[in-house]
Design a binder for this molecule. Sequence first.
Ligand SMILES: *Cc1c(COP(=O)(O)O)cnc(C)c1O
Ligand code: SF4
Length: 355
Amino acid sequence: MNWKTELAQSITDTKQLPPGFSFKKKEESFFKECENRETLPFSVTPYYFSLIDFSDPEDPLRKQCIPTEQEFHIKDYENDDPLFEKNYEPLPSLVHRYKNRVLIRATGRCAMYCRHCFRRFITGKWIGMKEPDELEKIVDYISFHPEITEVLISGGDPLVLDDKYLISLLESIRRINKDVVIRLCTRIPVVLPRRITTTLADALAAFHPVWLVTQFNHPREITEQSKEALSRIISKGIPVLNQTVLLKGINDDSVVLNRLFSLLLTCRVKPYYLFQGDLACGTSHFRVNLNRGMEIYHQLKKKVSGLALPSYSVDLPKGGGKIILSSSTFSGREKKWFVLRDYNENLHYYPVEHE
Ligand SMILES: *Cc1c(COP(=O)(O)O)cnc(C)c1O
Ligand code: SF4
């Protein structure tokens, strides 16, 4: 089976679930309600679905892909655009938040929709670049800003685009500057490993320097297939980093994370960030209390090698930017808020949840 066939066979409807599948109450009420609500689409690749342990209602992989009614519970401090990316978009599909790097939203589509997705109001809506004029404008913008040394290609998931389109995108970027670093942000190795063909890996390697950043959140996501996919990429000289989202009831445990990060090292993947959850609408059930997150990180620090330890970070609410969390970024607590200090000494508020 090729990857396009597998992607086309994704489970997008409850009618496609296998006969033995039984819903949890919270899941069932999501599907009952979702028709009248704006939500992230439901779509799971057959591969990822096959990794779920259905005998365990609390299975960490199930929770990442099967929605629950909790997605309709919206907190007043949550936002459709939690990082205020709209304020940093000089052009459609281009985010210029940090001086020397830009992020291109190449597509709104993903192979699987992660229920914790913080771009949930963009992803699934097929909002992406409209060839060719949007791309041309983006390329011009990057050419006019020589301070840009790194271009992130994100989405959605850029690796759902077919090879031909991806290659033309990479060609346009590489043409601007032979040194600009291209960073592909994708969950494909986790959810559709067969998409990483040798042909794709070869094609990407023609545009060095290319880096790939993926998102493994649980040790059970590291399988023979995903290992082989990573290997196909890495063997072409493309370094792979991983960003893990800290998720309540999924990986908020130093033993689980220790295992995940150690396994990633054996796949030659460097754990890069461990992200505190962003304040996207309907994701509070996935967020971990910040104090608890710090505690888990402290436990990890005592156990794992420096190579295996990512930076624990948060994207500050309201577009405050990414910071690495440490005791010095904590500036106390005011009622239901943690007060965090950014690198310019500005203060930001992050809610206290799940105490
Ligand atoms: C996270 C992010 C980056 C990259 O930040 P790093 O700390 O270099 O990984 C770039 N642009 C945007 C808009 C981001 O959200
Ligand atoms: S792959 Fe990334 S963008 Fe797509 S749903 Fe998952 S977290 Fe969101």
